[in-house]
Design a protein around this ligand. Structure first.
Ligand SMILES: [Zn+2]
Ligand SMILES: [Zn+2]
Length: 696
């Protein structure tokens, strides 16, 4: 008998191996085993058995060992990884084997049985020290949403659309609790964009489900922790699995429901390797396994929103922030389910902070801050409340310049400027990590009078401290939180009221409740308002809503001030009205008329080499290999927007079709030729394919 096996290699078809007769039965499918590959022994997974093989008997090798100590992976798991590999154009094993836990990715040593025993004995997260969560009262919208989720049978995609602070998490917890109570073996999967910035969520889960074994899965875990969590899920011991995008591949034999929180977040799309979208795969998984999936967001992705508009996803809406839901609402308002086009702006509930634009043309900024912003900060400080200043750029200044000759600090390895970091006197590239001491004099003309141009978090922090000498100013960005637990300590200080003014990047916008923040200042949005990337408005809208949502959570009257040269921009007006539905409607209309996603499906072939000519030539040859099938468009190769990164010159080629299936079929016939070309191409280049690219 023969087994068909997948291994971690870019191979399109499973490999045949000889299998001992006593092991040749269907129950062995899904088993993890050790097989010879070349001169090595590697891990493989059996995906089928067959009485015959097309390979000549002398060439066939045998399975070395079947790891009977670990239960086979389910047919559903095999189907999911196979689909993902085909859709994202990877080898099946190349995608599936890395999704196994570290302990199962290498052939086991002599202590394997002992280490499995230890992994199985590893405790899942214990109940939170402060005891179970009690006395939570749901709003009418929350209750209606969780009842609707509970009533869903079989595959049911639901979009939970709720303004920031409306208590989406409470709905997830309630729906999860009902699923877990209904079936003592059921497992639920909660996917989040990142875990390190939201430790409160894990605490809430532990409090809510003190008796349920809970595991977390994310790339920050040590190998042993990750393996233990995976085994607990695989063996059905963990009933609640909280994880980042990689957890979409968790083995969950009794999966009963999936929740994807902040479903619009770009970090659900993997940035390297198999560039899968965990959100999209979660939907596919829910469909295959016949379970409901809840997608939650205050600013859904336009892909998701358009599906809800078409009625393919059921829309559940939370319109008021919690607490502070004393306002009387009409009976019609209380229906949780509405059609997207009828969704009223959430500002109707009156507790959304007031957003004002500050026109930079009439209020010139000094050191990055306009006069209205300066006086608002002083007033908030005088009232003993907190302010948040958001600027999506770390460092002191994005570039330094020589006014004598026009020199600008640039990265020697990338086509970008290097940022000035005053705290340690360095110039740093935020793309490749290159860094150097700030030169004393201009490297071109020797002028010693160099200027820091523009604003970053460090400079704004300095300006604020000078402006408000009695204020306690803190900064949260990737530089200030490099040490372990530093981010948590900083957030704790804000929560405890030990900070008056907080300066930060996007890091501060995610998931944190700053209860006494009554002023949010937003700097440096103009570049994004006019960016050529067609997804930029969607991202900016989400960021602004999220940042603005930090204000006024404790019922304080609060304001959001946005400094901009485009105070009348429609996007800012929509954020001010908190009218996502109107924003989405306009964006989708624009995308439809411009034939952009979600009305067209795309894949991006990228290549990089030592010179720009090499990847461009490779892409041009690849393009000539593509057959000009109907309804497939293959564009000309062009340099990437960030044309040089870490010393490599980069180019891209876009292929698209209005039909997903046509695009898939075309990629399947084309990529093997591209692969063959890539192997023989001189000079050497590296290439990659990304299906549904997020940046073009
Ligand atoms: Zn100079
Ligand atoms: Zn660089």
């Amino acid at each position: 008998m023969f087994a068909k096996l997948i291994v971690d290699a870019p191979i399109e078809q499973p490999l045949d191996y000889r299998l001992a007769d006593d092991e040749a039965h269907d129950a062995i499918i899904g088993s993890v085993c050790v097989v010879p590959l070349g001169r090595r022994e590697v891990i493989g997974v059996i995906v089928g058995v067959a009485p015959t093989s097309e390979i000549d008997e002398p060439l066939l090798r045998s399975v070395v060992r079947v790891l009977r100590e670990v239960a086979p992976l389910s047919p559903a798991w095999l189907a999911l990884t196979r689909f993902a590999a085909e859709y994202y154009q990877q080898g099946w094993g190349e995608l599936a084997i890395p999704a196994l836990p570290p302990a199962l990715r290498v052939p086991p040593g002599p202590r394997f049985v002992g280490s499995l025993k230890r992994l199985r004995a590893a405790p899942t997260a214990a109940a939170a020290p402060s005891g179970p969560e009690t006395g939570v009262t749901l709003t009418e919208d929350q209750r209606a949403a969780s009842v609707a989720i509970d009533a869903a049978r079989g595959f049911a995609p639901l979009l939970l659309f709720g303004v920031t602070g409306s208590g989406k998490t409470e709905v997830y917890l309630e729906a999860m609790a009902r699923r877990l109570a209904a079936d003592p073996a059921a497992q639920v999967l909660l996917l989040v964009p990142e875990i390190n910035l939201t430790p409160q969520l894990q605490t809430r889960l532990q409090r809510r489900f003190p008796a349920e074994p809970l595991v977390t899965m994310h790339s920050g875990l040590a190998a042993g922790e990750r393996s233990a969590a995976w085994m607990a899920a695989h063996e059905g011991r963990a009933r609640v699995v909280l994880g980042t995008r990689l957890a979409v591949f968790a083995s969950l034999p009794r999966l009963a429901m999936i929740v994807v929180d902040e479903e619009h977040d770009p970090s659900f799309k993997a940035g390297d390797g198999a560039r899968y979208s965990a959100r999209d795969l979660a939907i596919k998984r829910a469909q295959d396994e016949g379970v409901p999936i809840v997608l939650g967001s205050a600013t859904p992705s336009l892909e998701t929103w358009s599906r809800a508009s078409e009625g393919r996803y059921r829309l559940l809406q939370l319109r008021t922030r919690t607490p502070g839901t004393t306002e009387e609402r009409s009976a019609a308002d209380m229906r949780a389910e509405v059609m997207p086009d009828q969704a009223p702006p959430a500002s109707a509930s009156g507790d959304w902070p007031v957003l004002q634009t500050i026109d930079l043309r009439t209020h010139p900024a000094q050191q990055g801050l306009t006069e209205p912003v300066r006086s608002a900060l002083a007033q908030v400080l005088a009232r003993g409340e907190q302010s948040l200043v958001f600027i999506n750029r770390r460092g002191y200044a994005p570039v330094i310049s020589c006014e004598a000759c026009g020199w600008l600090s640039g990265c020697p390895q990338c086509a970008v400027f290097t940022a000035f970091h005053k705290t340690d006197g360095t110039l740093r590239c935020h793309h490749c990590g290159w860094q150097a001491r700030v030169p004393r004099a201009c490297p071109t003309c020797g002028n010693t009078d160099l200027h820091a141009v523009g604003q970053g978090t460090q400079r704004i922090e300095e300006t604020l401290q000078a402006l408000l000498p009695n204020a306690r100013v803190a900064r949260i960005d990737r530089d200030s939180t490099r040490r372990k637990f530093a981010a948590q300590a900083a957030f704790d200080a804000v929560h405890a009221g030990d900070v008056d003014v907080l300066v930060g990047t996007q890091m501060v916008s995610k998931g944190h409740d700053f209860r006494r923040v009554s002023l949010v200042v937003v700097l440096n949005v103009d570049a994004q308002l006019i960016a050529p990337d067609f997804r930029a408005p969607e991202r900016l809208f989400a960021t602004l809503v999220q940042v603005a949502g930090r204000a006024g959570r404790a019922g304080l009257a609060s304001r959001v001030l946005v400094q901009t040269q485009f105070p009348d921009h429609a996007l800012l007006a929509a954020v001010a009205r908190h009218d996502f539905a109107a924003f989405a409607r306009r964006q989708l209309a624009e995308r439809r008329s411009a034939a952009l996603p979600p009305f067209v499906h795309q894949a991006l072939l990228t290549a990089e080499g030592r010179t720009l000519e090499a990847p461009l030539a490779f892409l041009a040859q690849s393009r000539s290999l593509a057959s000009e099938a109907a309804s497939i468009t293959v564009y000309d190769p062009v340099p990437m927007p960030l044309v040089k990164l870490a010393g490599m010159h980069r180019a891209q080629l876009l292929i698209e079709s209005p039909q997903r299936s046509r695009l898939q079929a075309s990629l399947r016939s084309w990529l093997p030729q591209v692969r063959a070309l890539g192997q023989s191409f001189k000079p050497r280049i590296r290439w990659q394919i990304e299906v549904d690219p997020q940046q073009i």
